[in-house]
Design a protein around this ligand. Sequence first.
Ligand code: TZP
Ligand code: MG
Length: 249
Amino acid sequence: QRPPGEELPDRSGLDVRLYVVTDPSLAPADRLVEMCLAAVAGGATLVQLRDKQASDDELLRQAEALMDALRPSGVPLVVNDRLDVARHVGAGLHVGVRDAPPSAVRRELGEQAIIGWSVETLEQLSPSLETLPEQRAAEESSVGESSVAQRPPGETEACSYLAASPVWRTPTKTDTADALGPPGVAALRRRTSLPLVGIGGINTPERAAEVIAAGADGVAVVSGVFGADDPEAAAAGLRAAVDDALRAR
Ligand code: TZP
Ligand code: MG
């Protein structure tokens, strides 16, 4: 029994329908807040600050400005990969497979924080028996029972959402794993009940609809919104496609 006030939060309510991810070459510092607010006006439900080049001070200033600007809308901010910045401003954190593991991030940021993890392969959600001898022993001693139920808690236990990365190859990020395609998204969907978004190459309403039809709960988009002449209109078009595809399932 947990003491009062220490119940685990329900992390299933996170709205990931349209997750916009910034890029300094498309949303430069002096237009960052304005462009993110335009995306939110168009229907973005989650914003990620992603800038691999900014200095510590610059990134901190941008995160603080975005936290203030987004607060009235209730749209949460997630910072890419920078635990120090996320903790300092009270934002969520998104980590990739080669970053800090979600379980360590959860210990640092606490139960309420939004923590996202990029998933590049099916194996990342279903560790192989070779790497988990205790799981093999459990499965060998229980012939006929579901092996999934026996699996020791993995990193996904600490996550608020997962991002299938990349769905399609994209010029925005070229050092990615192989493209998963909609079939890869569908396979990941069968392995997790966490909120799942696709990321990578989702730059048209048609592609957004395909990702949702494959089982994702939302789409994460960089150039499809921040590379558009009218980010608000682009966000609105993607959001409408997501909503239609969710209704059609
Ligand atoms: N992670 C996997 S693909 C990607 C990231 C950050 C970039 C997606 O950019 P775009 O422009 O939406 O294809
Ligand atoms: Mg990273």
